[in-house]
Write a protein of this length. Structure first.
Length: 433
């Protein structure tokens, strides 16, 4: 039971008017012997007596609930209230106040339901729809029970509800065939060569190769020793880094325009869903958010739900002191690092360079809206143009050190990057003799 406050049955203003007009009208008609006043006041007197006679005997009991409490963007939920001891109640009115990212049906948030006199309980429901990811407070929900003729009212205030809207991942797919193969568990094999069962190719014998790896057919034909090369039996580890320092652009919810944070969160959810549903391991680290989060590598649909829960709690922290310096990211060797950022602050690019300096494959996904510089204020628009020019220079500098910067376009956004990783994995490597 989540009802915070209740008020017992109280007479309404309509009942006070009926009593006042009935008493004064009947009294004046008898005192001044005017039949017209008696005819005018008699209905009010009858309604007042009738309302008092049919007053509900006791206060009802309200039990509110919100089901489901966790939904995806664009999905519906509903607040429902169960009232017991509804004897004498004519109808129930529920009002849910307006919230920015919650659409109620009807739009006014007011739902009225008549009470069946043959039942001892009544259930009233207010459906609503979430239009943006995040956690949204619902309350307070006002519930008013009204007796016949609107004479008496019972009020309750139901609070304490929070709707968690998980981000709806964008449509994403990767069509890079060179990176797709059967691994130990996941569909995406590891890019690292090593002892395993996944065939990579046939190459000349090198010092340190195992004798059982010798391919005798190829060796006899070429008169030189050749071995069968394999990929390591481990799944692809995709490390996601989300830059939550600030949000740029206008967010219109799931039905409108997307801000930089909307694109970042939905793209991160799409990439995580793509790899996790194929059995690979995905980790997530949220940078510069009000609530720091670091999810270790995992796989499966439960891990996807965990990642979406964390993405739904992101709140940009504009004044975080640590945002001015690049945080050290510890990523296992061989992982595929993907950073999502609007790249307005150079901190994200510094982090990407720091990760790449450890020999890891890193890609930066640009999530800045294309029309972010459009502004009615000429000074603000000029400042944006200058910053975007500096940003272009910083991006070119990062690309020159081998870190690709990719604009998020949905399906196929990472195909060039994944093909490049596969090409690097199959390239000759220097070894010590």
């Amino acid at each position: 039971m989540t009802v915070s406050t209740t008020k017992p049955w109280q007479a309404s203003r309509a009942h006070f008017r009926a009593v006042s007009l009935g008493v004064l009208g009947v009294g004046a008609a008898l005192l001044f012997r005017v039949p017209t006043l008696l005819v005018f006041a008699a209905p009010f007197a009858v309604v007042a007596v009738w309302s008092a006679a049919t007053r509900p005997p006791k206060d009802p009991t309200l039990v509110g609930r919100l089901s489901p409490e966790t939904v995806r963007e664009g999905e519906a939920t509903a607040w429902a209230g169960d009232l017991a001891h509804v004897e004498g109640i004519d109808h129930v009115v529920v009002f849910v106040p307006e919230r920015q990212w919650l659409e109620t049906r009807p739009d006014s948030g007011v739902v009225t339901k008549a009470v069946d006199p043959t039942n001892v309980t009544c259930t009233v429901e207010v459906p609503m729809r979430t239009t943006h990811w995040g956690r949204h407070e619902l309350g307070p929900t006002n519930v008013v029970a009204v007796s016949s003729w609107g004479a008496f009212r019972w009020k309750a205030l139901d609070v304490g509800y929070q709707v968690t809207a998980l981000p709806l991942p964008d449509v994403f797919d990767a069509a890079a065939p060179a990176h797709r193969a059967n691994g130990l568990v996941g569909l995406n094999r590891s890019a690292q060569p090593g002892d395993g069962t996944d065939f990579s190719g046939i190459r000349p014998f090198q010092t340190g190769d195992r004798l059982r790896r010798i391919n005798w057919r190829r060796s006899l034909r070429s008169n030189e020793l050749h071995v069968t090369a394999t990929h390591a039996d481990q799944d692809t580890h995709v490390a996601l880094f989300v830059d939550a320092l600030a949000d740029y652009g206008t967010s219109g919810g799931i039905d409108g325009e997307a801000s930089s944070m909307d694109t970042t969160v939905r793209a991160a959810g799409a990439i995580a869903e793509y790899f996790l549903l194929r059995g690979d391991r995905v980790s997530l680290r949220v940078l510069d958010s009000r609530f720091q989060a670091n999810i270790p590598p995992g796989s499966g649909t439960r891990h996807l739900r965990r990642i979406l829960d964390v993405l739904a709690t992101i709140e940009p922290d504009f004044h975080r002191p640590s945002a001015r310096r690049a945080a050290k990211a510890v990523v296992p060797s061989g992982a595929l690092a993907i950073m999502l950022s609007p790249l307005i602050s150079p901190v994200a690019l510094e982090r990407a360079i720091s990760i790449a300096s450890h020999g890891l494959s890193v890609a930066v996904i640009d999530t800045l809206p294309t029309d972010v510089h459009a502004n009615d204020d000429p000074t603000t628009e000029l400042a944006w143009r200058i910053r975007l020019l500096e940003r272009s220079r910083e991006v070119r500098a990062v690309q020159q050190v081998g870190v690709p910067v990719i604009a998020w376009t949905g399906p196929g956004s990472l195909d060039p990057f994944l093909r490049e990783i596969a090409r690097r994995a199959s390239a000759p490597r220097m070894t010590r003799r």
